[in-house]
Design a protein around this ligand. Sequence first.
Ligand SMILES: Nc1ncnc2c1ncn2[C@@H]1O[C@H](COP(=O)(O)OP(=O)(O)OP(=O)(O)O)[C@@H](O)[C@H]1O
Length: 256
Amino acid sequence: MDQTTDIKIVSRDVHVYYGENEAIKGVSLEIEDNTVTAFIGPSGCGKSTFLRCLNRMNDTIDVCRVTGDIELDGHDIYAREIDPVQLRARVGMVFQKPNPFPKSIYDNVAYGPRIHGLADSKADLDAIVEHSLRRAAIWDEVKDRLDAPGTGLSGGQQQRLCIARAIATAPEVLLMDEPCSALDPIATAQVEELIHELRENYAVVIVTHSMQQAARVSQKTAFFHLGLVLEYDETGKIFTNPDHEKTQQYITGRFG
Ligand SMILES: Nc1ncnc2c1ncn2[C@@H]1O[C@H](COP(=O)(O)OP(=O)(O)OP(=O)(O)O)[C@@H](O)[C@H]1O
């Protein structure tokens, strides 16, 4: 069997500054396609900051400055000709708190395809909306009320709607910043199951505070500490036999 995995994103010597504060201090990492990669590490070590570099969400923070290289399929995402809005359609993001637009369920999902001109007709758009909601494992729950407001759904449903919204622009990468932290255990299990399935089509990168979640959903894990990646390996290795003492201390709950 062919064991080679395509590399989707490469970062080289990435540094991130908020004003004078250096939050990321030289991170080089290769993120594989069709793989769930977990970012773990103590609070404030830079996981979200680094995640936001991967689709240039940090551009929206005035004091934030990024140096180094990040390539998606071999192309520099910080190159002058790259439109960050187009980039974010290819590298979608799901946030900690479900944040549906104050629009109908249908329009939440249709929004991205509309602004990116991905549908030629109403039938096309309907098909994209249905496909995205099915892919996000929420179609059966909402198909009879597509005109109802997205904000009226339960927290877990809202998060799956946000995942459907991210999928609707046909991204290649999905970034998830603690996507289950506002969800109850049942909704968390549904989203974790979904993450597992999404790996078939996307490179998924998830920031999580839950060791159990990282162990359950990811194949690769990066351990962040004080703005550096101290260890990056197969998830099984990180959780059973890490190379670094700090990783061992963190996964066994001795700090963080
Ligand atoms: N918008 C911002 N403006 C200024 N400093 C920021 C901003 N966002 C993050 N920082 C700082 O950057 C550092 C890394 O924060 P970041 O949120 O990336 O860490 P994290 O590992 O994701 O933390 P947590 O697990 O608590 O979410 C911290 O020192 C934080 O205070």
